[in-house]
Design a protein around this ligand. Sequence first.
Ligand code: NAP
Length: 249
Amino acid sequence: MTETSELAGAVAIVTGGSRGIGLGIAQELARAGAGIAVVARDGERAAAAAAELGGDGHAAYPCDIADARACTKTVRAVESGQGPVAILVNNAGITRDNIVLRLKDDDWSRVIDTNLGGAFNMIRAVTRGMMKRRAGSIVNVTSVIGLMGNAGQANYAASKAGLHGLTKSVARELASRNIRCNAVAPGFIRTDMTAGLPESQVEELKGRIPAGRLGEPGDVAGVVRFLAGPGAGYITGQIIAVDGGMTMQ
Ligand code: NAP
């Protein structure tokens, strides 16, 4: 089978592209022909990921997305180094789990500032250029937890539910400028984030997933590739669960 390159020449920022789901997305968008800007706090790991993508069309940018100024600087650096940003994938995210009574102020604010604030910072930073060019696709990686809630994850669930509202608002605001904004809500995916789950919990989870398995980064990446590209040109403001059927109604 021949590989299509529907994103040839497009520049795509992938936050959290250095590992896990983000790395899977970076690899998939690179296979579709995009030049990838890998954004993460750990610059060495981001550089290693960008190098792994092969060719010279990819680069790494150390940046904490919770820092609005750093996001503006990063987008400027991407645009001057690689070209206009056509695709933004807001994938970077963290957890700091605890029951509400034990959540510290910092657990709350760090998760909200990274998962929700970080996506907002990046969207604001790319919007002017996308509006001028009247073209752009934004994909936010959220979570089924943002749809269902989860005991012990109030901060995380609130950040991801907030991202759903942000996705729909940005989609409404920018649709007339030919800028689309969608969300992909993964279920349980095998990455560093879920590596700590005890095997008994994994078995219990599998019982709740019609597909009978946890997802892999590639399961999410294929959907992001579709939403980022021309095949999804008439799709905006949607939240697509990639969860093996776990949240189907
Ligand atoms: P992961 O393996 O822990 O990777 C997180 C990535 O985000 C890393 O590249 C990390 O790099 C980056 N990152 C974290 N904080 C950052 C910050 N402040 N600024 C810039 N980059 C930052 O996580 P994952 O499992 O791949 O998850 C990726 C996304 O999918 C997250 O938004 C997560 O909420 C969502 N998700 C995951 C699952 C799952 O089961 N794994 C399920 C639903 C949704 P540095 O540490 O170097 O910054």
